[in-house]
Design a protein around this ligand. Structure first.
Ligand SMILES: Cc1ncc(C[n+]2csc(CCOP(=O)(O)OP(=O)(O)O)c2C)c(N)n1
Length: 369
């Protein structure tokens, strides 16, 4: 397996020392190390990371490294095609892409449904985008791969990539984020909220562990009708928005994470315009689901931003009693409400994943509306 520390050192030996991106679970140990580096920017989304990389290159003539999960390629495609492409500005950069839903011996490996298609098309996508790439696994000669890709990128002013298979990196099992135990866990927050919500309310939950915890809490009594935004990180609030617009007589709740919210922050400005919107953001200051790397907004007061984004009333809660009060208020008043809840990172092992087919879950949700 590849030691992520040595891996980073090889980039530095090749005069590549600036890193930006959005973390991925397949590269979590590499991404965790990023938090300790000065020359690193935790990006809000993968497209923004490419754009930052462009600026960095313009200012230094040096290659930036952009790291991302392959599901983030969608966010990155626009600046890749419209800015760094050979017909436009011809900007070299080095991508590190975690390959969820990877193909081995021409077959998809077992992964979650939202990763299957993305895994299947990733190589074709890189070819279409004219990004020269090499596949990295735990036995790869990564020194040679980095050196040759860098050479090609600089010589041709084109982007290159390492497509990273699962289990390529050594696992340190060390979690970055040491947040005080004083704060509530996401799971106890969710339990309290579900208790406070009326039966059959429609909710939309964000990508990652939050949805898995919610699924487990809701499993027995099926109290809420939730749409699990298993992919499309950052879009749960817009899905909730579409529902809120179409179902004006129903309260619609969105459960969000700080990383996901930052990814498409502007969507809040749309969601806040509804009179039936409740946006609940659980802020653990980290991308907890993929290794608890710090989010770019780890010093931000989201409830203050939300006020400016147009929510009628915003709340900040760090205790269960405050959460109950805020939820009750939002349920009993007309308008749009934003509730930021401080939480510590971390989650139980072995949380459930969807047992039913996602299309069946979708049908049930639609019926409930
Ligand atoms: C476009 C995209 N980029 C990256 C990922 C990988 N990913 C899944 S969950 C997650 C972290 C989400 O962080 P946050 O919203 O703060 O929720 P938390 O995990 O902390 O509960 C990331 C980066 C993804 N699924 N999609």
């Amino acid at each position: 397996m590849i030691d992520p520390k040595k891996f980073i050192r090889i980039f530095e030996k090749n005069s590549i020392s600036f890193f930006t991106g959005v973390p991925d679970s397949l590269m979590s140990d590499f991404c965790n190390l990023m938090d300790t580096k000065k020359n690193h920017l935790s990006s809000v989304n993968e497209g923004a990371a490419v754009a930052v990389g462009i600026g960095y290159y313009l200012a230094t003539k040096k290659l930036p490294v952009i790291y991302l999960q392959n599901s983030g390629l969608g966010n990155a495609i626009n600046p890749i095609v419209s800015l760094i492409n050979k017909n436009v500005f011809k900007i070299p950069m080095f991508f590190l892409i975690g390959w969820r839903g990877e193909i081995k011996k021409k077959k998809s490996v077992k992964d979650e449904p939202q990763h299957i298609e993305q895994g299947l098309i990733t190589e074709d996508l890189l070819k279409t985008l004219k990004i020269r790439y090499k596949i990295l696994n735990k036995n790869s000669d990564y020194k040679k791969a980095i050196k040759t890709l860098k050479k090609y990128s600089v010589k041709n002013s084109l982007p290159v990539a390492l497509l990273i298979r699962k289990d390529s990196f050594l696992k340190s099992r060390k979690n970055n984020f040491k947040e005080s135990n004083y704060f509530l866990s996401r799971e106890e927050i969710l339990k309290t909220i579900i208790k406070a919500l009326p039966k059959n309310i429609n909710t939309v939950s964000t990508t990652g562990v939050l949805s898995r915890e919610l699924m487990e809490i809701n499993r027995q009594k099926e109290k809420i009708n939730n749409f699990y935004c298993v992919g499309g990180m950052g879009h749960a609030v817009s899905i909730a928005n579409g529902i809120a617009i179409a179902k004006k007589n129903k309260k619609i709740v969105c459960f969000d994470g700080d990383g996901a919210s930052l990814m498409h922050l502007g969507s809040q400005i749309n969601f806040s315009q509804n009179l039936n919107a409740i946006h609940i953001l659980i802020n653990n200051k980290s991308h907890d689901s993929v290794g608890a790397q710090k989010t770019a907004g780890n010093k931000i007061n989201f409830y203050r931003l939300a006020k400016e984004a147009g929510y009628k009333k915003t709340f900040y809660c760090s205790r269960l009693i405050e959460i109950k009060k805020a939820v009750k208020y939002a349920l009993n008043h007309k308008g749009s409400f934003f509730i930021e809840i401080k939480s510590k990172p971390g989650f139980r092992k072995g949380l459930m994943r969807p047992r039913e087919k996602l299309t069946i879950m979708k049908d049930k949700f639609m019926k409930s509306l």
